[in-house]
Design a protein around this ligand. Structure first.
Ligand code: NOJ
Length: 754
C-alpha cells in the first residue's frame, strides 16, 4: 500500500466537519447515525494513510512516571518523547498536569507524521485531587446519585489536568473479603454492583463524551477477577458459565448500557483461558452479543503474563493470542510493539485485525473530541481553578458521611452530645493523614485529610478531648497501652479509631485473616476493662471479622476509608449533625474461616440449621453472618408491615409490583433503605436463596409512615439456563422485603407461561 502523508489541514478539515455533524446529531437519530458514518469514513481515511508501524503504534500504551516534570508532575523521558514523535504510541498512562499533557500532545499532533492525538489514561478511582471515599465505601451509601456525583467531580478535576480516560469503574463482584481489591468495587452483589457501576460511568462520562470535563470510562477487570481462588490476587478462577453470566458479567453489561467506551481485560484465567487471550469474553460476549464498539485495553503487562499462565510460549504468541481474541491496546507488555509486525509477516495476524483494533481506538478518540481539540481545552489556569474547588470538598464531605454504616448503637449511646464532658480519642487511625485516603489515591495530597481527631475537635469544641495513639496498626508494641488506659479513665466516653492501613487493601494486598490487624484488639480489651462506654470507629477496605468487638462494645461505626473529609464526616455522624444512612454492600462474617460468606448463596440439599448436625455448617461458629448484607442502623427505628404483591399471577412481559408500609417508630427523622429480594423457588437449575432486585430510600419524620412501591419487570427474574440463554421460568417466586438480606417479611407470586 502507498503511504499517504496526512497533512494537518486535511486532518483538521475532517475533524471540523465531524464536529459540525456531531452537533447536529445531538438532535435526531438519523442525524446521529449519519454522524457515526461520518466518523467511520474519517477513520477509514486515517487508517488508509498509516504505515503498519504507525498502526501498531496506536495499539501501544506506555506509562509515564519515569521522570518528573517542571511542576512536579509525572511525565516521560526523552526516549519516550522520540517514540511519540515516531508515531509509536497511541496512549500514555500516569502522565498528568495540563502543562505536561499539552506538551506531549503537541509532539503527537504537530511532530508525528500521522498527527493522531494521544489518549491519556489514569486510574481516577475515587477522586483526583479531592479524594472521595473508596468505591466500596461509596457503594455503602446505596445512593447512586452520590456515587455519580463523586465520579463527576473526579472526572472534572482529572480532565482539567489533561486526563481523558479513567481506568474505572471496577465492577468486579467480590464475595471473598480476603481479596484486597474488594475495596475498589461495589462489594458482593450483582444488582447493587450494576447500579453503582452504571452510576460511575454516568458520572465520569457526563452527558457528552466530548465535553472537556468528561473522562471516558474503562470498565474493569473483564472478567471475574474478583472470584480469585482463596481471595488471593491474580489467582485462578474456575466457574460455570451460568455463574459467570448471572453473577459476574451483569455489572459489565450495565456499565456498557450506561455508555462505557472501553473495557480492561483482567489478569486472571477462567476455566483454563487467560482473560487477556479470551476470544469468548472479548469477541463472543462483548462484541457479538453485547455489540460493544469501543476498545479493550490489557491490564498492566497482562499480555506478557499469558506466558507464565502457560497460555503462550513467548511474547509473539502472547501478542497473537491477545489481538486475535479481541484485545486492542497493550498496556506496558511491549508484546504488540515488539511482535505484531513479524506476526503479520508470518500471517499469524492479519492487517485487517490490526486495522480493526486501530479503528476501535480511533473511534473513542473521535468520541471524546480529540480530533476537534487534542488538548480538550486544558490550560494551567483552568486546572488551577478546578482542582479542590470548595464545592468539590463540600461534596466529598457529603458523600463521605453517606458512606458510613452504623453497625451497633446500644442504649442509643450515639449521637454524642457535643460540647460537654471529656472524650478520649484513642487508636492508630485517629490522628493519621495517610491511611484514610485508602487504596488508589496516587494523585492525592494526604495533607488535606481531616483526621478523625481533628473532626471531633472541631465538632465538640467545648468538650475536653484527650488523644493518645495506643498502638500501631500492625505489630505488637504495647508501650502505648498504659497511656490509653489512663486517658480512658479520665473520660466520659471513649472513641477508638481502629482498622486497616491504606495498603492492606487494593491490588496485591490480600489478607488471610480479616480481624483487626496487629494487637489492636488487645488494646480495645485493655481500654474496655476500664468500664467506660466505647464507640469503635472502624477504618478499613473490606468487611472485617469483629465478633468480640460486636459482642462487647456498645457502639460500632463502620467508616471505611473515607478520603479527605474523613474527620468531618465521622464527627457529623458521632455528634448527630448527620444521622447515618449507609448500608453494608458486603456481608460481615463472624470469623475469617466462614469466608466466602455471601447472602445470595445456594441452599444445598442440607440447608444450614445450627441445631441439626448433618447440615451444611461449621461445628465451631454459627452459620449466620455477624452483620448481613444490606444491614445498617440509624438514630431511629423502622417497622415494616402489610407486604402485598399487586398482581400475584404474572406473565413474563408484566411488571412485578410490591407494596409495603414503612413506619418510623423512633423519635428522630431518618432514612430507611427498603430492600426487595426475590427467590425463584424451583428451577430447572438451582437458584440462590434470594437475590436483591430493587431498593428504595425513604425519609421519614418521627411517627410518619410511607407506602413504598417497588417494581421490576418480570424479565429481571431471568437466569441463564443450560442453553446459556437467560429466561424466566414459570413457577412460584418468594418476595422478601425489609431492611437487609435477612428480611423475613415474605409474600408469594407466580409467573405463568404466556
Ligand atoms: C493494574 C491494575 O490491575 C489496574 O486496575 C490498573 O488500572 C492498571 N494497573 C493501571 O494502573
Amino acid at each position: 500500500m502507498t503511504n499517504v502523508k496526512l497533512s494537518r489541514p486535511i486532518l483538521l478539515l475532517v475533524a471540523g466537519l465531524l464536529v459540525l455533524q456531531i452537533a447536529v446529531a445531538q438532535k435526531s437519530t438519523p442525524a446521529r447515525a449519519q454522524a457515526g458514518r461520518g466518523v467511520e469514513h474519517a477513520i477509514d481515511s486515517i487508517i488508509a494513510g498509516l504505515t503498519l508501524q504507525e498502526k501498531i503504534g496506536q495499539l501501544v500504551q506506555y506509562t509515564g512516571g519515569w521522570s518528573t516534570g517542571p511542576t512536579g508532575e509525572q511525565t516521560i523521558n526523552q526516549e519516550q518523547r522520540a517514540i511519540i514523535r515516531a508515531g509509536g504510541a497511541g496512549s500514555l498512562l500516569n502522565v498528568t498536569g495540563a502543562a505536561e499533557t499539552r506538551a506531549l500532545q503537541r509532539i503527537a499532533v504537530e511532530e508525528s507524521r500521522s498527527r493522531i492525538p494521544l489518549i491519556f489514561g489514569l486510574d481516577v478511582i475515587h477522586g483526583f485531587k479531592t479524594t472521595f471515599p473508596i468505591p466500596l465505601a461509596e457503594a455503602a451509601s446505596w445512593d447512586p446519585a452520590a456515587v455519580e456525583l463523586s465520579a463527576r467531580i473526579g472526572a472534572t478535576e482529572a480532565a482539567s489536568a489533561g486526563v481523558h480516560w479513567t481506568f474505572a469503574p471496577m465492577v468486579d463482584i467480590a464475595r471473598d473479603p480476603r481479596w484486597g481489591r474488594i475495596a475498589e468495587g461495589s462489594g458482593e452483589d450483582t444488582y447493587l454492583g450494576s447500579v453503582m457501576g452504571a452510576a460511575r460511568v454516568r458520572g465520569f462520562q457526563g452527558t457528552r463524551l466530548d465535553d472537556p470535563t468528561s473522562l471516558v470510562a474503562c470498565v474493569k477487570h473483564y472478567a471475574a477477577y474478583g472470584a480469585a481462588e482463596g481471595g488471593r490476587d491474580y489467582n485462578t478462577v474456575d466457574m460455570s458459565e451460568q455463574t459467570l453470566r448471572d453473577v459476574y458479567l451483569p455489572p459489565f453489561k450495565a456499565a456498557l448500557d450506561a455508555g462505557a467506551g472501553t473495557f480492561m481485560a483482567s489478569f486472571n484465567e477462567i476455566n483454563g483461558v487467560a482473560s487477556s487471550g479470551s476470544r469468548f469474553l472479548m469477541t463472543t460476549v462483548l462484541r457479538d452479543e453485547w455489540k460493544f464498539d469501543g476498545f479493550v485495553v490489557s491490564d498492566w503487562g497482562s499480555i506478557g503474563e499469558l506466558i507464565p499462565h502457560g497460555f503462550a510460549a513467548d511474547p509473539g504468541q502472547a501478542a497473537e493470542r491477545a489481538i486475535n481474541a479481541g484485545l486492542d491496546m497493550d498496556m506496558e507488555a511491549r508484546a504488540f510493539r515488539d511482535s505484531l509486525a513479524s506476526l503479520v509477516k508470518q500471517k499469524r495476524v492479519t492487517v485487517a485485525t490490526i486495522d480493526e483494533a486501530v479503528r476501535r481506538i480511533l473511534r473513542i478518540k473521535f468520541r471524546i473530541g480529540l480530533f476537534a481539540d487534542p488538548y480538550r481545552g486544558t490550560s494551567v489556569e483552568r486546572e488551577k481553578n478546578t482542582l479542590r474547588h470548595p464545592s468539590h470538598i463540600a461534596a466529598a464531605r457529603n458523600v463521605a458521611r453517606r458512606s458510613i454504616v452504623l453497625l451497633k448503637n446500644e442504649h442509643n449511646l450515639l449521637p454524642l452530645t457535643p460540647g460537654t464532658g471529656a472524650i478520649a480519642v484513642i487508636g492508630p487511625l485517629a490522628q493519621n493523614k495517610r491511611d484514610p485516603v485508602g487504596t488508589w489515591a496516587g494523585p492525592t495530597d494526604t495533607n488535606h485529610v481531616v483526621t478523625a481527631l481533628e473532626g471531633i475537635q472541631e465538632a465538640a469544641a467545648g468538650a475536653m478531648i484527650m488523644y493518645t495513639r495506643g498502638c500501631g496498626i500492625d505489630g505488637n508494641d504495647t508501650t502505648g497501652f498504659a497511656a490509653a488506659v489512663n486517658v480512658a479513665r479520665k473520660a466520659d466516653v471513649v472513641v477508638m479509631v481502629m482498622g486497616e492501613s491504606n495498603d492492606m487493601s487494593g491490588e496485591a494486598c490480600c489478607r488471610s485473616f480479616i480481624g483487626l490487624p496487629g494487637n489492636q484488639l488487645d488494646l480495645i480489651k485493655a481500654v474496655q476493662a476500664v468500664g467506660k462506654p466505647i464507640v469503635l470507629v472502624l477504618m478499613n477496605g473490606r468487611s472485617l471479622a469483629i465478633s468480640w468487638e460486636a459482642a462487647n462494645l456498645p457502639a460500632i461505626v463502620e467508616s471505611w476509608h473515607l478520603g479527605h473529609e474523613t474527620g468531618h464526616a465521622i464527627a457529623d455522624v458521632l455528634f448527630g449533625a448527620y444521622a447515618p444512612t449507609g448500608r453494608l454492600p458486603v456481608t460481615f462474617p463472624r470469623v475469617t474461616g466462614q469466608v466466602p460468606l455471601y447472602y445470595n448463596h445456594k441452599n444445598t440439599g442440607r440447608p444450614f440449621n445450627d441445631t441439626v448436625h448433618y447440615t451444611t455448617r461449621y461445628l465451631d461458629v454459627p452459620s449466620t453472618p455477624l452483620y448481613p448484607f444490606g444491614f445498617g442502623l440509624t438514630y431511629t427505628t423502622f417497622a415494616y408491615s402489610g407486604l402485598t404483591i399487586e398482581n400475584a399471577k404474572l406473565r413474563t412481559t408484566d411488571s412485578l409490583r410490591v407494596r409495603v408500609m414503612v413506619k418510623n417508630t423512633g423519635s428522630r427523622a431518618g432514612d430507611e433503605v427498603v430492600q426487595m429480594y426475590v427467590r425463584d423457588d424451583v428451577g430447572t437449575l438451582t437458584r440462590p436463596v434470594r437475590e436483591l432486585k430493587a431498593f428504595q430510600r425513604v425519609h421519614l419524620a418521627p411517627g410518619a409512615s410511607a407506602n413504598v412501591t417497588l417494581a421490576i419487570p418480570v424479565s429481571d427474574l431471568a437466569y441463564t439456563g443450560l442453553d446459556m440463554k437467560r429466561t424466566v421460568e414459570p413457577g412460584s417466586f418468594t418476595v422478601f422485603v425489609g431492611a437487609n438480606a435477612a428480611a423475613d417479611l415474605a409474600a408469594h407470586c407466580e409467573v405463568v407461561a404466556r
